[in-house]
Design a binder for this molecule. Structure first.
Ligand code: GDP
Length: 326
């Protein structure tokens, strides 16, 4: 059930000015470095790649800022021909006009030479900024880029913008959305999650890559950063319980319970727990070694629904295996 065709691996390329945060994002998301430890990262001077083995292999690479995409000595074929997305990192706490003009050059170069590579912009380091300032600069950057691209005849080029910081969940949510676009299995996964939500009256379901905490799919209902935050914390809970108890956890303080049915040797056990912060119940289940399903059940739900959800999730589990079968 492992999807390992090398060619199909989602690969993202980080670009941007020096000290904009390229290495930090790559290391925090894909290599689990703690955000505080990024303070002392060495500056990157050559193309650095990283890969993360999960249900697919995620590949990422960082292009050092002194290598301009349009410079004649830059081996752009090696960098871009296998890339699914280029993510431009713009440090919003710094003077960003230079970054914007280099970003435009890169976007135009890509549009003309590698039109199939997605272009994504992270308006980065939004921590510590007031909401008002954050939103204002977000609009300003987007408007400027859009205007300049139009002037250069590439107004139809679709560019996505995200506000990110490594000190909160925003960078993971943004990476999730970038990576999802590169997964050919996305529509199938979304359809399965929609079905699960409607059958079991679940408010929101996220399918997580357990290691990176990137969500690889969610149902069609609106996404809120709040739901993502709560759910991604339960991915940690799954990992912790598994390490401590191997899932043979006892009925603890009455709030969490887990089961020991391992029917078809694949799917893990489920946990239903009450989450104070949102006044909701959370359903958490490990689908396989790589994927975890976390659902927000909504107000007024109860643990009694667990049997129903367990049953439907086992169906989802089998269907997912089909989706990823090579
Ligand atoms: P690179 O040269 O683009 O790879 O930049 P680095 O990843 O080395 O980061 C440069 C500096 O920015 C480091 O001191 C990081 O700690 C800091 N940094 C990275 N991301 C963030 C962020 O989201 N917020 C803040 N405040 N600082 C960040």
């Amino acid at each position: 059930a492992h999807y390992s065709r090398r060619k199909g691996n989602p690969k993202v390329l980080f670009m941007g000015l020096r000290r904009s945060g390229k290495s930090s994002i790559q290391k925090v998301v894909f290599q689990k470095l703690s955000p505080a430890d990024t303070l002392f990262l060495e500056s990157t001077t050559r193309i650095e790649t990283a890969s993360m083995q999960s249900f697919v292999t995620f590949e990422s690479a960082e292009v050092p800022s002194q290598l301009s995409a349009i410079a004649p000595d830059f081996d752009h074929r090696a960098a871009f021909s296998s890339a699914g997305a280029v993510i431009w990192i713009l440090d919003v706490q710094d003077e960003f006009l230079t970054s914007i003009s280099e970003m435009i050059q890169t976007a135009v170069f890509l549009a003309e030479n590698y039109p199939r590579v997605n272009f994504e912009v992270f308006i980065h380091k939004t921590d510590g900024l007031s909401d008002e300032y954050k939103n204002e600069t977000f609009r300003e950057v987007r408007q400027r880029v859009q205007d300049e691209l139009s002037d250069l005849g590439h107004g139809d080029r679709s560019v996505s913008y995200f506000q990110t910081s490594i000190f909160d969940h925003s960078v993971f949510e943004a990476m999730s959305k970038v990576v999802q676009k590169l997964l050919p299995q996305l529509p199938a996964m979304e359809a399965l999650l929609n079905k699960l939500c409607s059958t079991c009256r679940i408010q929101k379901a996220y399918l997580f890559d357990t290691v990176s905490k990137i969500y690889v799919a969610t149902d069609a209902s609106p996404t809120f950063l709040k739901d993502y935050e709560v759910c991604s914390d339960y991915v940690d809970v799954i990992v912790d319980i598994k390490q401590i108890y191997g899932w043979h956890s006892q009925e603890g303080d009455g709030k969490a319970a887990s089961e020991t049915s391992q029917e078809d040797g694949g799917i893990g056990e489920s946990m239903v727990t009450y989450d104070n912060s949102g006044d909701t119940y959370i359903y958490a289940r490990e689908i396989n070694d790589y994927l975890s399903l976390i659902c927000v059940m909504g107000k007024g739900s109860s643990t009694a629904k667990r049997v129903l959800i367990d049953y439907n999730v086992s169906i989802l589990h089998d269907a997912l295996l089909q989706v990823f079968r090579v």
